[in-house]
Every structure is written in C-alpha cells, then in structure tokens.
Design a protein around this ligand. Structure first.
Ligand SMILES: C[S@@+](CC[C@H](N)C(=O)[O-])C[C@H]1O[C@@H](n2cnc3c(N)ncnc32)[C@H](O)[C@@H]1O
Length: 270
C-alpha cells in the first residue's frame, strides 16, 4: 500500500507525483489476483498513463477534468491524478471493477478520482476537457473479454455498435477537447481532431489529438454515410487481436479478420 517502509522511502503516490519511473507491478500488486492477471493486456501501463495524462491536462493543468472511457481497474485514472494533480473520472460498466478501481485509488491515497458505474453511452462527455481510450471495446470479441464484460452480448456487431456510439459522441465534443488513445478506439476519430503527437510504448502507440476545427461544431452529427465508408473501422491492434471465425465473430479459426467496412445491415440500432 502507500505506507512507507522507512521514514525516508517515498510512497507510491509520491513516486508517481514526482515523475519517477514506477514499475507496473508496484500498482498491479495492489489489485485482486484475477484483476492483476489481466493487467498486461487490459490495463494501461504506468508509463503510458503518465504520458497520456500529461498531454490531456497540459493546457489547464490542475483544473482539467479527464474521463477514461472504460476505466477497468482504474489504473489510468489513479496514475493520471497522482502524476498531474488534475481530476480524473472513469466510466466503467462492470460494477466489480468499479469497486476495485475505487479501492485502488484509496490504497494509493489519490483523492481527485471518481468512478461512475455506468455504460459510457449514458454519460455526458461534454463537461470533460480530455478523454482517454485504451481500446475500450476490444473486450467485445477477444477471448478473455468475457471475464470483464460479465454476460454482455459480445462479437463483431456489439463491438461495431460500441465504436459507432463513441464516434458519434466524439462528434459532439467542443473545440479544444484533448483525446489520447492507446491501441486506438476502433475507428478513425471524426474530422476536426488533429493528431498532434504520437509515441510508441511497448506493443502500442499513444496518439494525442486536439479538436481544433470550429467549423465541424456547426455540424455536430456524423454524415449519414460516415460508418459505411470503407476502412472506417480499424482492425484491432496486436495486443487485442482475437482469433476470428468466418463470420467475423470471435472464435478459434485464426486468420479471418472482421469486415473493415461497416455494412449498415450488420449493425444493431438503438
Ligand atoms: C481495455 S480495458 C481499459 C481499462 C482502462 N481504461 C485502462 O486503461 O486501464 C476496457 C474497459 O472498458 C470497459 N467497457 C467496455 N465497454 C464499455 C461501455 N460501453 N461502458 C463502460 N465501460 C465499458 C470494459 O469493461 C473494460 O474494463
């Protein structure tokens, strides 16, 4: 936990705040074993979280409010708040993980953190200055995703529906919104989000965007054909690559990718 072993040893919170390199294990070992076992694939590495948090809060510093879309065990929010002093919130649909994330923040002693137990669709994103995505919808088809999604419908259709909903919400974000993705979010960001920085970390790339184009705000809804354009959905990146069957659903028959262009008839509608 965050207790000091010796009077002179910095706590984990102090090490995160001072920008010292912190091993992932120092955070992961505070998680329950089944959650910690998922860390390498599903939870943001500390170094990525610190870099993304620095970008997302760069303009407003401690007055920034950042949302982690699909907060999982809370690692990104806790590291982000500890390293920047800004307010970090996460939205996570799995109530067990919301409990785990809340305890992680308490154990490390970070207080400018809050986790909403909800589906990301239900939350208004517009009051946040920064948004973070670590491929949050990969669990809809990767093999061990069911451990996290607890009975949610999974597969390509559910995945595409989630991605499409997130993109539609991004269309509504105001000028100046900062977005960071690690391993993407499943599709290109809408027009008006300028890619301003990239950095490779381990198996993925951290991409940093700023919404600059005020004209795109005048037309906040995606063009009708947006999700039908070829290539609009991205194949998941390596760390979350599933084994596919011929229908584009997660399965055991590796080698067949999902349809990259979205056929309207394939998707569920709300
Ligand atoms: C790859 S994990 C990332 C966790 C965290 N952002 C991090 O970087 O450590 C994605 C998380 O998103 C959650 N998630 C997926 N779809 C969601 C939705 N529609 N609403 C809320 N949470 C969702 C999953 O339950 C999972 O915990």
């Amino acid at each position: 936990m965050s207790r000091k072993n010796h009077a002179s040893d910095p706590t984990l919170k102090e090490r995160l705040a001072s920008g010292h390199e912190v091993e992932d294990d120092a955070v992961d070992r505070l998680l329950p074993p089944w959650v910690s076992a998922l860390s390498e694939v599903h939870w943001t590495p500390v170094a990525v979280a610190a870099a993304a948090a620095a970008f997302l809060t760069d303009e407003r510093r401690q007055s920034a409010r950042v949302l982690d879309v699909g907060a999982g065990a809370g690692k990104f929010c806790v590291v982000g708040a500890a390293s920047t002093g800004a307010r970090f919130e996460g939205v996570e649909r799995n109530p067990t993980l919301v409990g785990v994330a809340t305890l992680l923040a308490r154990d490390i002693g970070v207080d400018r953190v809050h986790f909403h137990c909800a589906a990301m669709e239900q939350l208004d994103w517009q009051s946040y200055h920064g948004l973070y995505f670590f491929n949050p919808f990969g669990e809809y088809f990767i093999e061990d995703g069911s451990k996290i999604l607890e009975g949610q419908p999974r597969g390509w259709r559910a995945y595409a529906h989630q991605v499409r909903t997130a993109i539609a919400k991004l269309y509504l974000m105001p000028t100046g919104t900062r977005v960071a993705t690690y391993h993407g979010l499943g599709a290109s960001l809408p027009p008006g989000f300028d890619l301003v920085a990239t950095e490779r970390f381990g198996t993925g790339i951290l991409r940093c965007y700023i919404r600059r184009d005020p004209l795109s705000i005048a037309s906040p809804h995606p063009p009708e054909d947006f999700f039908e354009r070829p290539g609009i959905f991205e194949e998941p990146t390596a760390v979350l690559r599933p084994a596919w069957n011929n229908d584009g659903e997660a399965g055991t028959d590796a080698g067949h990718g999902p349809p990259l262009a979205c056929d309207e008839g394939e998707l569920e509608h709300e």
